[in-house]
Write a protein that binds this ligand. Structure first.
Ligand SMILES: Nc1nc2c(ncn2[C@@H]2O[C@H](COP(=O)(O)OP(=O)(O)O)[C@@H](O)[C@H]2O)c(=O)[nH]1
Ligand SMILES: [Mg+2]
Length: 240
């Protein structure tokens, strides 16, 4: 029956960079079940970061970018001989397992098993920069819409708030928010621009007992960047 496993030999194209996007399944429902703060919940954000760091430790990617319930991973090398089925299934299940493990470390619990979908995106180097710029634009749209929706919901029904949101331009949304005391430009950078996880050189202080001297050395450590710039080519030069 081996010949029926027709997708197992499907591989990523040779020579391309690989991005994997992993997204929580039915996380709108999960958000209600866990009673997450709207539009942004600090603990949920911490859970996604812990999960991304677990992924980093296991698979050592070049870069992870996350906002809301999505985790974008730029791989540093191609695992599983580039087999798509292997990557999609192992990565999505690893993230679901890690997220579940991390949620049970808190006092929270979930009624139903958690799952994530996963997709593989082969790109050239310029495409990688474009890809992350696009996701960062999506994070920004998500930020404006999230704040605008939950501000409107104080006054309007679900249906009406959605309708108002659909018909308003971005500057009108800024206006609505400004009137209710929310200045989008002053929101934390992680909400506006998303969060990056990557290796960064840090100085490690040590002590040499033989020479009885303090020492300093450079080491690369996994770093969580809550204050990302707007993505540009220079940011990725260091990572790939
Ligand atoms: N309240 C709250 N909800 C969040 C937060 N982050 C993600 N979510 C939820 O996760 C959903 C992610 O969007 P999407 O993937 O399109 O929805 P899904 O198909 O239900 O997973 C959002 O619509 C929110 O309901 C958060 O910080 N707070
Ligand atoms: Mg989702």
């Amino acid at each position: 029956m081996k010949e029926c496993e027709i997708f197992s030999s499907l591989r990523v194209p040779c020579g391309s960079k690989i991005v994997v996007r992993i997204d929580g399944r039915k996380f709108s429902n999960l958000s209600g079940e866990l009673g997450l703060e709207k539009p942004y919940d600090e603990h949920f954000k911490d859970l996604i970061i812990l999960t991304s760091k677990d992924f980093f430790k296991e698979f050592n990617p070049a870069f992870i970018y996350t906002f809301s319930d999505e985790i974008n991973i730029l791989l540093s090398e191609i695992p599983f001989s580039g087999r798509i089925e292997k990557m999609d299934s192992v990565f999505a299940s690893f993230i679901a397992g890690s997220f579940t493990k991390n949620i049970y470390k808190t006092e929270e619990s979930v009624k139903k098993p958690i799952s994530f979908d996963s997709r593989i995106i082969p790109l050239q180097k310029a495409g990688v920069v474009e890809y992350f710029k696009e996701r960062q634009n999506e994070a920004w749209r998500n930020c404006i819409n999230g704040y605008a929706y939950w501000t409107l919901r104080k006054e309007f029904s679900k249906k009406d708030a959605t309708e108002i949101l659909r018909n308003k331009k971005s500057n009108e949304l800024h206006e609505i928010l400004f009137k209710s005391g929310i200045n989008l430009a002053e929101l934390p950078a992680w909400q506006r621009r998303g969060i990056g996880i990557y290796k960064k050189e840090v100085i490690i202080d040590g002590y040499n007992p033989l020479e009885k001297k303090r020492t300093q050395s450079m080491r690369k450590k996994v770093y969580v960047d809550y204050d990302l710039p707007l993505f540009h080519i220079g940011f990725f030069d260091k990572l790939m």
